[in-house]
Design a protein around this ligand. Structure first.
Ligand code: 13P
Length: 254
């Protein structure tokens, strides 16, 4: 972790949760994080229907709210979609764009992800741009080609300055939900390459936080966070358990 960039720990709940379980989880996070000496910015990303509940339960705490996706349109005849403005109205500060599950399961293209990035920005939300290669792409030695292609689509659409205070999340697809975390040094190499690509185009763009996602757990978080270019984590499964998520948050500053 860098002393300059504040750490960011985000819990992506994916399509999990229920009113009672959410209330219990958020209450434990409220209590746990208010007792801790927090060195990190912490955010949770519940499914859309629970954003209002989470926003109310997190009021007055330092825990921030994010959404898992958004429409690339501002409003209108897009049945089933949710706009950036709506997310902002419900207290979201962040929104994930381009999560690999949406790229793989919903066929989101780099161009659509870039449009969503722009829609988030237009409504004042901070996009968390997810990038990552599949196992086949890694085995073919194409990791950097893939993450650069995904990054470059956003730069082409919105310019390098649009990334200055965004968050990048490097999530190798083969590490998501598999228990196979990337080796900290291997993840660091990708983070460093991403940072160098940003800096080569705009010195000020050196600053975005680049967090790692993919089977981050309480017992591997500190080793990941020890890398200079890993600025936090996008946590899936472990974010559903208060003790595990709190332990990951506390691994920022052991
Ligand atoms: P897991 O932590 O369950 O591997 O999920 C990572 C992820 O996809 C977060 O967005």
């Amino acid at each position: 972790m860098s002393p300059v960039r504040p750490a960011f720990i985000a819990g992506n709940w994916k399509m999990n949760g229920a009113l009672a379980a959410n209330a219990a989880l958020l209450e434990k996070l409220r209590t746990g994080l208010s007792l801790a000496r927090e060195a990190a910015e912490i955010a949770v990303f519940p499914p859309f229907p629970y954003l209002d509940q989470a926003s109310r339960l997190l009021a007055g705490t330092a825990i921030l709210l994010g959404a898992q996706d958004l429409s690339d349109h501002a409003d209108g005849a897009h049945t089933g979609e949710v706009s950036a403005r709506m997310l902002a109205e419900f207290g979201c500060r962040y929104v994930l764009v381009g999560h690999s599950e949406r790229r793989a399961l919903r066929g989101e293209t780099d161009e659509e992800v870039a449009r969503k990035f722009g829609a988030a920005r237009a409504a004042g939300l901070i996009p968390v741009l997810c990038l990552g290669e599949t196992l086949a792409e890694r085995q073919a030695g194409a990791t950097l080609d893939v993450v650069f292609r995904q990054l470059d689509a956003v730069i082409a659409a919105h310019g390098i300055s649009s990334l200055r205070d965004a968050v990048l999340a490097y999530e190798p697809v083969w590490a998501i939900g598999t228990g196979q975390t990337a080796a900290p040094e291997a993840a660091e190499a990708v983070h460093l390459a991403l940072r160098q690509r940003l800096a080569s185009q705009d010195a000020a763009a050196e600053t975005p936080r680049i967090v790692y996602g993919g089977s981050v757990k309480a017992d591997n978080a500190a080793r990941l966070f020890a890398q200079p270019n890993i600025d936090g984590a996008l946590v899936g499964g472990a974010a559903l358990y208060a003790d595990d998520f709190l332990a990951i948050c506390q691994a920022v500053d052991p």
